[in-house]
Design a protein. Structure first.
Lengths: 110, 292
């Protein structure tokens, strides 16, 4: 319950404040969002599995976001930014899909 | 996170870690969940077994998770807003540029019209001025003659109209009329005795060029569209035959036969060719001269 409240508060905050992303960080925001999405779905699945842990969630969230951004940043510096972001999106996307599949099994027993 | 660094203790002894033995995709799908959750829960269980008395509730208030979720929501909303804002601003930019272009074009057209009007006015005034003076009548005549020769004044007379066009039903660059083809055409007409030539209404003067610019053939800095209509004043009876004999005419005969370009020639009893502007910025008239 409190998690949903946090989510709503975040959405409202984002809409009200509309924080300006620094231009240098702008290319890394979408990939960070995808990484965060992976962490959130993983946490939800862990919650349904009954093994959710606050600390793990926080650490996985932050490290996911940072690593994804750093990978893309490195890729940009090496000239393979687009390819590396594709790779990150593919890996995270597969993880998200299989996590969602597990969540679906939990919720609908199917 | 953490898959690479710490492996749970019971696995580390004998077998290789799964990420080394599995294919990447298999590993990804089977280990979609961070192993740390399982690891931590197992550790907690062990800890709970060890100190069976003090069993804390496994989950806290969830405030931290909620906080992270709030951060996540802010991230998502920010990214979405940023993307939509960017697309809106680029669309706006595009529209603004387009409107600027059309405004500039309209202004250019206005100024051209003004220029035409002023030039006509100046010519009328000049004529009026010179006509009032009987001795200047000769001067006026010579000015008009020079203008007709140079291409700055419209001229009238018999001649031919040539229509050149791309080969029918093909869109390759090879079968299009090129600037060099038109140059040959015009050169052939000059050689055939044409006295004044206009290309799609653009009078050819001493400063005119026929060149390819930006994918369109450009004459007097105006882009032309096909079909290219060449009007030439000269002897309407001999002009077509002499053109066909000229090297330009021969070249066009080849073009018609080999490439399939179309060219039609028709004599016209009365043609009117417009004048155009010839502005000299560096070339000055010699002082003593002035003989036409």
């Amino acid at each position: 319950m409190i998690a949903i409240i946090g989510l709503v508060v975040g959405i409202v905050l984002g809409l009200v404040l509309t924080p300006d992303v620094p231009l240098a960080m702008e290319p890394y925001l979408p990939i960070a969002v995808v990484a965060a999405l992976d962490a959130v779905f993983g946490a939800f699945r862990a919650f349904l599995d009954g093994i959710f842990d606050d600390k793990v969630f926080v650490v996985s969230f932050i490290s996911n976001v940072l690593i994804a951004a750093v990978i893309v940043f490195l890729g940009d510096k090496l000239g393979v930014g687009a390819q590396l972001s594709t790779g990150v999106v593919v890996v995270l996307g597969i993880r998200i899909f299989s996590n969602v599949a597990a969540i679906r099994r939990h919720l609908f027993h199917a | 996170m953490g898959e690479m660094t710490d492996s749970p203790p019971e696995r580390s002894s004998k077998r290789l870690p799964p990420q080394a033995t599995m294919g990447l995709l298999d590993y990804l799908t089977t280990h979609a969940l961070d192993e740390d959750y399982a690891f931590v829960s197992r550790r907690k269980e062990m800890a709970a077994k060890a100190t069976a008395a003090k069993t804390r509730p496994t989950r806290g208030s969830g405030a931290i998770g909620a906080f992270v979720l709030a951060i996540f929501a802010v991230l998502v909303v920010t990214a979405a807003l940023q993307t939509s804002r960017n697309s809106v601003s680029s669309e706006q930019e595009r529209r603004e540029l387009a409107s600027q272009v059309s405004a500039a074009r309209a202004q250019l057209e206005d100024e051209r019209a003004l220029l035409r009007q002023l030039r006509a006015e100046a010519a009328a005034l000049e004529e009026q001025q010179l006509r009032s003076d009987a001795s200047a009548q000769g001067l006026l005549d010579s000015i008009n003659l020079l203008g007709a020769k140079a291409g700055t004044l419209p001229v009238r007379g018999p001649g031919v109209r040539l229509v050149a066009d791309n080969a029918p039903g093909s869109a390759t660059a090879q079968s299009e009329v090129l600037d060099s083809d038109l140059q040959k055409l015009v050169n052939g007409l000059w050689a055939a005795g044409a006295e004044a030539i206009a290309l799609n209404g653009q009078r050819l003067t001493t400063l005119s060029t026929i060149r390819l610019a930006g994918g369109a053939i450009t004459v007097n800095a105006r882009s032309l569209r096909r079909p290219y209509v060449v009007t030439a004043i000269g002897n309407e009876d001999t002009l077509p035959a002499r053109f066909a004999e000229s090297s330009g005419g021969q070249a066009w005969l080849d073009l018609q036969r080999e490439v399939g370009l179309r060219l039609s020639i028709s004599p016209v009893s009365s043609l009117r060719l417009p004048g155009t502007e010839v502005s000299l910025r560096y070339a000055n008239q010699e002082e003593s001269g002035g003989t036409p």
